[in-house]
Design a protein around this ligand. Sequence first.
Ligand code: SAM
Length: 224
Amino acid sequence: MTPERFQKIMRVLGKRQPTLSVLMDEVNKPHNFSAILRTCDAVGVMTAHAVPPKSGELPTFGSRAFEATSGSAHKWVKVQPQTDAVSAVRELQAQGVQVLATHLSQRSVDYRESDYTRPTCVLLGAEKWGVSDAAAEAADGNIIIPMFGMVQSLNVSVAAATILFEAQRQRLAAGMYDMPQLASDDLARVAFEWAYPDLAAEYQERGEPYPVLDGEGQMVGTGQ
Ligand code: SAM
């Protein structure tokens, strides 16, 4: 770990947005899944919740399409598996997060009308079926990117990018990238995991706290 590499990690973590996330409901194509993770990384999203497709498991990190499209973003964005969209929506809402479903319904609004400076999760639907009516109803709001062409919908990763960069725009204007949004203990924990992933796994296995790092990423003491 060079000091420069560690400083880059700290710069990136200083702009992470723990109160912004996505929930992918059965997004099954590896290139879409990984393109969404790549956008999450660029915007500062830390967690991508994902309901696996009924037909199988979540797109795997080992596949060539996945690795090629994600640009290693899967290392920097946590994929949190969820059993189903409706219970994931309710769990997020119980934590004070507004869930915005990308879904055309009577109550849909233009995605630019939503306030993304609030704790927010963007619910994205499967390529074939979109967001289920049940999940869209459970969500706090339904948002839509206006379409004026012959085709009815965008590719899911394009829709995700469009909405997440609107969230970034609003959060930039609100100064949310100017100071760390992560609590200092979370920042120190994730910094260690990013700087020393193999070692972090060993500490986790032993149930021991991570060592303390100095400003150059060197281990200087034992954690509490
Ligand atoms: N046949 C599906 C349907 O009826 O919803 C189309 C799904 S679309 C290919 C896949 C996902 O991309 C959607 O569930 C939504 O998350 C996102 N999406 C695509 N176009 C969108 C738009 N114009 N506004 C908001 N989200 C969109």
